[in-house]
Design a protein around this ligand. Structure first.
Ligand SMILES: Nc1ncnc2c1ncn2[C@@H]1O[C@H](COP(=O)(O)OP(=O)(O)OP(=O)(O)O)[C@@H](O)[C@H]1O
Ligand SMILES: O=P(O)(O)OC[C@H]1O[C@H](OP(=O)(O)OP(=O)(O)O)[C@H](O)[C@@H]1O
Ligand SMILES: O=C(O)c1cccnc1
Length: 490
């Protein structure tokens, strides 16, 4: 229990190796060298054609409060860390510059979604929490957006708290789901904290508690004006729907809806719709739940199900079919002993895994003739694609795949969030973030938005960025060859 009481900071919410590397840099006197790291992921989740960026708000909160508490230092002392290093850590605050995509931005594989420029030790210590936040929230926002694409103008309700990976995941997952386009949540705390609309029906347990469906609905109606009755506890069509209609006729309530939670949802919804309409409850909505996801929803719609609202829990909040987004945090540039910034690269046998060196900017290239996106364009810091009359966009691996864009606007996607440790970004409201996502989706061709086998959205490098990468690959190769030659000579 003592440990839990002392959970008074998030600075230790990192991997031990970060603190060990920090100690190495500090001991060597290189800890204050400027370093630039970028966050990117290599593969879109769920086979989706885009991802929805989420997590920035919590990253901001984390960086603003970044500080090792007295109990953090005490704990590290008990683990045997050097006393002077601990003294240094106790004074450490975040002093860096952060550029980031905004929440609700569409993001794609192999492009920087956040860039952090700070003293090496700071930028290293915050890697783990930043990835922890972004990987989860972006994953859930993307899953939610994918489900909402299928749900369309009908209502999507987040019902997942009971199945989420503990409380933080439920709360921040709910916020991410709302960013991704869900309309409401059953989690009341998320309603209080973030202003997300809350909504809910009742469980089978209430019907079981009264041991009689009619009585249970009557008791609920006695205290609630707006009612949604769960109609599948005993028999949906023979008991549930008739009881809901009977109580709605007897009591002065709005029968907003009925909920179906088992059985053949297509068949039951069609039959229930007929019964409700015949009784005059044409506005009463049919809500469905039970292990739903985008695939079941497509399937139900194709069967002509008469469902107006969709309650989605487990498969959304746990990102059931892909439980992790693989965003990574890579060093792209570091100050050398003369104060000069040197670009760095990570090589791999897999061309997609070779990092792109240097400080970069990301632009969305919007074609002025149709206001649709031609793709994203990664350029070096000093370049401005907006200056180009004729922009060449080519595939970064299969370079022969290329096109020229002429009448376009290059919209910069990375925004300055912190400048030298000071927050300079005005955090938008959740509603603004949702509207931003809606506008972003409008510039994307439908081919990238479909749920099954979407087209691959272009994420291209500028010629200078590509040349810089090739030059770095060459440099690394030469160095290795020289080393091998040196060893052979000995
Ligand atoms: N017409 C339908 N077409 C395709 N999938 C459906 C259809 N009706 C229901 N489903 C889905 O089939 C699955 C049925 O799951 P399952 O067999 O566990 O439920 P059940 O027996 O109806 O109810 P319970 O949750 O009480 O066990 C759910 O994921 C549900 O969403
Ligand atoms: O199915 P999900 O997408 O996770 O949606 C939430 C589920 O949670 C509730 O039931 P619970 O799962 O607790 O019990 P049940 O399956 O027996 O109804 C509710 O009735 C939904 O079925
Ligand atoms: O309100 C509901 O119907 C609800 C809430 C959470 C989980 N399942 C259903």
């Amino acid at each position: 229990m003592e440990m839990i009481k002392n959970d008074d900071s998030l600075a230790l919410h990192t991997d031990l190796y970060q603190i060990n590397m920090g100690e190495t840099y500090w001991n060597d006197g290189v800890h204050n060298r400027k370093a630039v790291f970028e966050v990117n992921f290599r593969k879109l989740p769920f086979g989706n054609g885009y991802a929805v960026f989420a997590g920035l708000e919590r990253v901001i909160e984390f960086l603003e409060n970044f500080k090792f508490s007295a109990t953090d230092i005490e704990y590290l002392r008990s683990e045997g860390f050097n006393e002077e290093y601990l003294e240094f850590l106790s004074e450490l605050r975040f002093t860096g510059t952060v550029r980031s995509m905004r929440e609700g931005e569409l993001v794609f594989a192999n492009e920087p979604i956040m860039q952090i420029e700070a003293p090496l030790i700071e930028v290293q210590l915050i890697e783990t929490p930043i990835l922890n936040i972004i990987n989860f929230q972006t994953l859930i926002a993307t899953k939610a957006s994918r489900i909402k694409q299928v749900v369309g103008n009908e209502i999507a309700m987040e019902f997942g708290t009971r199945r989420a990976q503990e409380m933080d995941a439920a709360i921040w997952g709910t916020r991410a789901a709302y960013i991704g386009g869900f309309d409401a949540t059953s989690n009341v705390r998320a309603g209080k904290l973030f202003g997300i609309p809350i909504s809910g029906t009742h469980a089978h347990s209430m019907v079981q508690a009264y041991r009689d469906e009619y009585t249970a609905f009557k008791k609920y109606a006695a205290i609630h004006k707006d009612c949604v009755f769960l109609v599948d506890t005993y028999d949906t069509l023979k008991s549930g729907v008739p009881n809901a209609i009977r109580v709605a006729k007897e009591e002065n309530i709005n029968l907003i809806g009925i909920r179906l939670d088992s059985g053949d949802l297509a068949y039951l919804s069609k039959e229930a719709r007929k019964m409700l309409d015949k009784a005059g409850f044409t506005k009463t909505r049919i809500i469905a739940s039970n292990d739903l996801d985008e695939n079941t929803i497509i399937n139900l719609k194709s069967q002509g199900a008469k469902i107006d609202s969709w309650g989605v829990g487990t498969k959304l909040i746990t990102a059931y079919d892909q439980p992790a987004l693989g965003a990574v945090y890579k060093l792209v540039s570091i100050e050398d002993e003369n104060g000069k910034m040197i670009d760095t690269i990570k090589i791999s046998g897999n061309p997609e895994k070779v990092s792109t060196p240097g400080m970069k900017r990301v632009y969305r290239i919007i074609n002025n003739s149709n206001q649709k996106s031609e793709g994203d364009y990664i350029a070096l810091e000093h370049e401005d694609p907006g200056d180009e009359k004729r922009l060449k966009m080519f595939h970064p691996v299969h370079t022969f795949i290329s096109k020229f864009v002429t009448d376009f606007e290059a919209i910069e996607l990375l925004h300055t969030i912190f400048k030298n440790g000071e927050k300079v970004y005005e955090t938008p409201s959740l509603q603004e973030i949702r509207d931003f996502l809606t506008r972003n989706l409008e510039v994307l061709w439908d081919e990238y938005k479909r749920v099954t086998r979407p087209e691959e959205y272009p994420v291209d490098l500028s010629q200078a960025c590509w040349d810089n990468k090739m030059q770095k690959i060459e440099e690394v190769r030469r160095k290795i060859d020289e080393k091998i030659a040196g060893v052979k000579k000995q």
